[in-house]
Ligand binder design. Structure first.
Ligand code: SAM
Length: 278
């Protein structure tokens, strides 16, 4: 690769408050030859604020494959390209992964300019366990598919992070209550870094009731965080331990069967021995 090879910069931009554009992000946008943006009209004020005079190129879900090839040509010509999305970190529930992959496969360096991300901003103020979490992005729009997705997460012990829009927040909260139970702890983070920023930490049933009762709380952009399963997950492991114990018990003495079932499933040996059949 030549010394003048272009580089692809993946630049995080504010999720509401323009002051959150980092000095490095500003400089990267200012010095880029080309800025690939999800919606070039939406990004125009930000680019103006950053003093960027780069050519802009629209890259969205529906044209990413073709645009990625075009952008690789810009990189080959030695140009610096910055990728931004409408808000936050590109590729996080936003386009860009095909471009990143294409640029790397063509031998170009891809560098992040990290910054705002709604999921991480919400997690940082949630007050829920954050040592392990799973980002679930947007739930499916169709009710049946949405419930199925939630059902698959019911025993997930890690903290769950969802994105949601004003169109579906009421339905999604109702489904979370139905699947996870009204008592499961949650945090609803709305309009982070903006004028009407609201963070509600409460059991899911209470969050759903509050949002139902107040049309203003249904407006804007949301991150919904749901505490991971504690009891349910433990129950599922114990149930599996008992099932394996019962099978082994047909061939082995109880103490030996319990020891093996515990080793296989991770369930506590003592509870299998005492609670299991035989
Ligand atoms: N790439 C972005 C990021 O890094 O967060 C996310 C883009 S995704 C298309 C848009 C969704 O992010 C919104 O529907 C909402 O769920 C969440 N979001 C974005 N900005 C937000 C904000 N200021 N407050 C709460 N949620 C926000």
């Amino acid at each position: 690769m030549s010394a003048q090879a272009g580089r692809l910069w993946v630049v995080a931009t504010p999720i509401g408050n323009l002051e959150d554009l980092s000095p490095r992000a500003r400089e990267t946008l200012r010095s880029a030859d080309v800025v690939a943006a999800e919606d070039t009209r939406h990004s125009a004020p930000l680019l103006a604020q950053a003093g960027s005079r780069a050519r802009t190129l629209a890259l969205h879900e529906h044209n990413e494959r073709e645009q990625a090839a075009r952008i690789v040509e810009h990189l080959r010509a030695g140009e610096n390209v910055a990728l931004i999305s409408d808000a936050g970190t590109p590729l996080v529930s936003d386009p860009g992964f095909r471009l990143v992959r294409a640029a790397r496969e063509a031998g170009f360096t891809v560098s992040p300019v990290p910054g705002p991300c709604a999921a991480i901003a919400a997690l940082s103020v949630a007050g829920l366990p954050s040592d392990r979490f799973t980002f679930e992005g947007f739930l499916p729009a169709r009710a049946a598919a949405r419930r199925e997705r939630l059902q698959a997460l019911v025993a997930e012990p890690r903290t769950l992070i969802f994105y949601e829009s004003s169109h579906r927040i009421v339905e999604s909260l109702a489904d979370c209550v139905a699947v996870f139970g009204a008592q499961r702890e949650g945090v609803l983070a709305r309009e982070l870094t903006k004028l009407f920023e609201t963070v509600v930490a409460a059991p899911l049933g209470e969050i759903a009731a509050r949002v139902d009762a107040d049309a203003n709380q249904q407006r804007g952009e949301f991150v919904l965080i749901v505490a991971g399963a504690v009891g349910e997950a433990a129950d599922a492991t114990l149930a599996e331990g008992r099932r394996v114990f019962a099978l082994l018990r047909e061939e082995l003495p109880p103490a030996r069967a319990a020891k093996l079932a515990a080793a296989i499933t991770g369930a506590p040996r003592k509870q299998l021995y005492e609670g299991g059949p035989g």
